[in-house]
Design a protein around this ligand. Structure first.
Ligand SMILES: Cc1ncc(COP(=O)(O)O)c(C=O)c1O
Length: 404
């Protein structure tokens, strides 16, 4: 009986998708994608193209496995959110997540991998709290809105020098090596590898000499291979490319740990979490479980080189559409364009509003730019399908025809 009603729902979804397809070429692209995917997955879930900047789209096989095992992990008889974080089962899960990340990112042995809470925003505080004192300074390279927030917190702990300030022109690019003004006595140099709001991304690491490089990599971690050995510390909220919100990855070079002054609050001292392997207190067990599944999915997809190729190809589709006309205007300079967050403007704010709301109606959600900068932002993280980029390009062409 139940099976029948699910099948009927599935048929209804296909039917309405096809009906709408006949009336609207953009929805046709969405409907075609819906139909192309495995019937078992797509037809019963009615997923749309989710361009959200985060929390963001996760891989369908990951969601399916999580759903299948939500009531009971195989052989355990309990859900992952019901078992002890000290159990053997969870130990395997957290070790699986760590090993998965170590393999994918080629993290050397002398780096610790931590799963913390408090989001990347807590790292804005924790980083300077551990590595900067009132009589010391750190270099922050400012390339966008998230970097600004990181700086505000660091200024409460010590002196912040701007290694470069790219706010002129509204953060459209990262600085060249020649433009950097880095101090020899800086405790660390901080960058935001991908500015999620402005869509500005570093294509390679700045040379910081002997000064450790720290990065907020929240919105491009796992989107491409990175040379971890060039970094002292990397932090990233999980909710774009790794899993759900509520778990934050920190990768930290262990020789930095002895430099942390004693007496820091226990939970805000990196050493606590290194010593207890992220299990000092109850971690986000669900989040770590999903990260483990995402790592397995990434390996099956061919790892980070394959992911980078796919991400570049997806981003190119949209950037090419922007460059093909004067109607759309890309925000970032071509050399600094993000392959994760594609940002652009239309001739007026009214048109941008119309674009975002008509796109939502056509099955493409989350395209409205961040409230602080406006415009349109297409976030196309690892799990975002290429078909969604193609559908957006079609939509852009149609929208220009009607409104240009
Ligand atoms: C680059 C970057 N840094 C920091 C943050 C803040 O992350 P959280 O909300 O996990 O604190 C975000 C959130 O979108 C981000 O994109």
């Amino acid at each position: 009986m139940r099976r029948q009603s699910v099948a009927a729902t599935a048929l209804w979804i296909v039917g309405s998708a096809l009906k709408t397809a006949a009336a609207n070429p953009i929805q046709s692209a969405v409907a075609a994608t819906l139909c192309r995917r495995t019937p078992k997955t797509k037809l019963m879930t009615e997923r749309i193209f989710n361009f959200s900047a985060g929390p963001a789209v996760l891989p369908i096989p990951v969601l399916e496995e999580a759903r299948a095992h939500l009531l009971a992990l195989p052989g355990v008889g309990m859900s992952v959110i019901e078992i002890s974080h000290r159990s053997k089962t969870f130990d395997e899960i957290i070790q699986g997540a760590e090993t998965g990340l170590r393999d994918l990112l080629s993290i050397p042995k002398n780096y610790a991998v931590l799963f913390l809470q408090g989001g990347a925003s807590l790292q804005f505080t924790m980083v300077p709290m551990n590595f900067l004192s009132l009589d010391e300074n750190a270099d922050y390279i400012l390339t966008g809105s998230w970097g600004k927030k990181a700086i505000k917190e660091a200024q409460k702990c010590g002196e912040v020098n701007l290694g470069a300030d790219m706010s002129d022109g509204g953060f459209t690019r990262v600085p060249t090596q020649e433009e950097l003004q880095l101090g020899d006595d800086a405790r660390y140099v901080h960058i935001t590898s991908n500015e999620t709001i402005e869509g500005v991304q570093w294509k390679s690491e700045p040379d910081t000499g002997d000064v450790p490089l720290f990065s907020d990599s929240s919105s491009d971690i796992l989107s491409r291979p990175i040379p971890i050995e060039k970094y002292g510390l990397i932090y990233a909220g999980a909710q774009k490319n790794m899993g759900p919100s509520g778990v934050t990855l920190v990768i930290i070079r262990e020789d930095l740990l002895p430099h942390i002054p004693k007496g820091k609050p226990t939970m805000l001292d990196y050493r606590t979490h290194v010593e207890h392997k992220s299990l000092y207190n109850t971690p986000n067990t669900w989040g770590i479980y999903i990260i483990n599944l995402v790592c397995k999915w990434l390996k099956e997809k061919g790892g980070l080189e394959a992911m980078q190729q796919e991400n570049e190809a997806k981003a190119k589709l949209i950037y090419d559409a922007i460059d093909a006309t004067d109607f759309y205007r890309g925000h970032a300079d071509p050399d600094s364009r993000s392959i994760m967050n594609v940002t652009f403007h239309l001739p007026s704010e009214d048109l941008e509003k119309k674009f975002a709301s008509e796109a939502t109606a056509a099955g493409m959600d989350g395209l409205k730019g961040h409230r602080s900068v406006g415009g349109i932002r297409a976030s196309i993280y690892n799990a975002f399908p290429r078909e969604g980029c193609e559908a957006l390009v079609e939509f852009m062409k149609e929208f220009e025809k009607k409104n240009g």
